[in-house]
Design a protein around this ligand. Sequence first.
Ligand code: F6P
Length: 546
Amino acid sequence: MNFEEIQSYNQLKKHSIFLSDTTIYDLFKQDKDRFSKFSRSFGDILFDFSKNLIDEKAFEFLIKSAEQLNLKEKIEDMFDGVKINSTERRAVLHTALRTQKQSIKVDGKNIIDDIKTTNKAMFTFAENVRNGVFKGINGTRILDVVNIGIGGSYLGPLMAVEALKPYKTPLINFHFVSNVDGTDIKETLKKLSPETTLFIVASKTFTTDETMTNAQTAKDWIVKTLGEKAIGYHFCAVSSNVDLAVKFGIEKENIFGFGDYVGGRYSMWGPIGLPLLIAIGREKFIEFLDGARKADEHFLTTPFEKNIPVIMALVSIWNVNFLNTTAQAILPYDNYLKYVPLYLQQLVMESNGKSIDRNGRPVSYKTCPTVFGEVGTNGQHSFYQLLHQGTEKIMCDFILPVISHNETGSHQEKLLANGIAQTEALMKGKTQDEVIYELKAQKLPDNEIAKLLPYKIFTGNRPSNTFLIKEITPETLGMLIAFYEHKTFTEGVFWNINSFDQFGVELGKQLAKRILKDLQNPSMDLLNEYDSSTASLIEIVKDIRK
Ligand code: F6P
């Protein structure tokens, strides 16, 4: 059933109109218990959604709508391996990579057996790299690991290795090459010595052009100094395409695969997480999986009104579809979480940036918001101006770890004070009277005050969620990311879209192939082939590069 067809939809619409005369601050003034009513805790994570224009009635209607959309059955279908990725006829089982279940069947086969076999091989390989048993061709230990991959084969490990840096082995440095821009790999190789470098070619398909181009450049670099035989010593692969990886020169035992039931942007819990596994070791990696598994169990078994990822999605649906929000800012107050906004951009927008529903019809409602973000307090001195005084209301997710891995003087308290203050400022704003009072205190003349007044007012009433996390550990990071995965899935259920395909990335790739040919070919009449802009751009580029 479509979202607009369910019974609660009209109730929600009507209620959003009713609430438009109220502000979030009014709701706080009316109810002393607002925080406890609109916040939930799980493990070391507190999720506060009270600073949204939401009341008990709206919450009740949202929960009802989740029930009317059969959300519970849909969650169970995902965990049970039903092929909910209907356009690609695939199950969606990234959760199997972190389960403790002994059996999950896909096409009659128990995939847990495969996962266990791969994990055993991958854990041994990672341990050998960490403790120097795995050596380069000249018998030296590996000091640098370079992950070559893009999209889901890049962002997850990049984000998690950075987030869990305090747990990283000091003996190995990690590098990530993703862009087909030669600068990415050239600048990385400049810092490295072939003898002590291990490349992980991370590509589910082993055909992605950017990754294969970078892998070939890395291979040439190794072969040039160490010879052809060195490929087996300095490359491993994470790929489902074993044949192509072997053809590349990688030893079969150093290729770690995963099933087509794991989508790229959901894949860091398995072999795509190899850089993280090497960085933090087996024990911490298992804690990371455990955090995500606890979030899975919470999502699967907790009633909707206490279920954090479900509530995250309900609040988002409320803001996007009833209060006209079109963007979401991810604002982690922790430098180690600096790649979380980048990671969530792919997770959220590649999953839900869609406008055709599961029945092949264009949707008649808004779907995925634009996601962007930056670590606090850097963002405060950049785009927060728009968050506070822009024409659009942006949903903000503040991620505030309480204990820092680098407690230094008053840094952490200042950081936290800033994060909490932003949530208050966005919600409360600053009234005309408050501005006048302040400017008078500065002894400004009345005509000056009248001129400045409109610019100094903050309308407030801008929505935000806050995640208060005791400390970033492998477990809390795993939990937080799994919450976002399940939130994304739940939004997909509301919008009746398939969150697990990504056909939108294909057209650009196709056209780039054709343009590449024309860039490399001697002159031909491009105006017969392209519109005048595209043809001229190709011509001018060719001319400059002649
Ligand atoms: O961007 C499209 C995409 O298919 C992503 O979903 C995926 O994570 C990425 O390309 C990389 O694909 P592969 O791992 O096959 O190289």
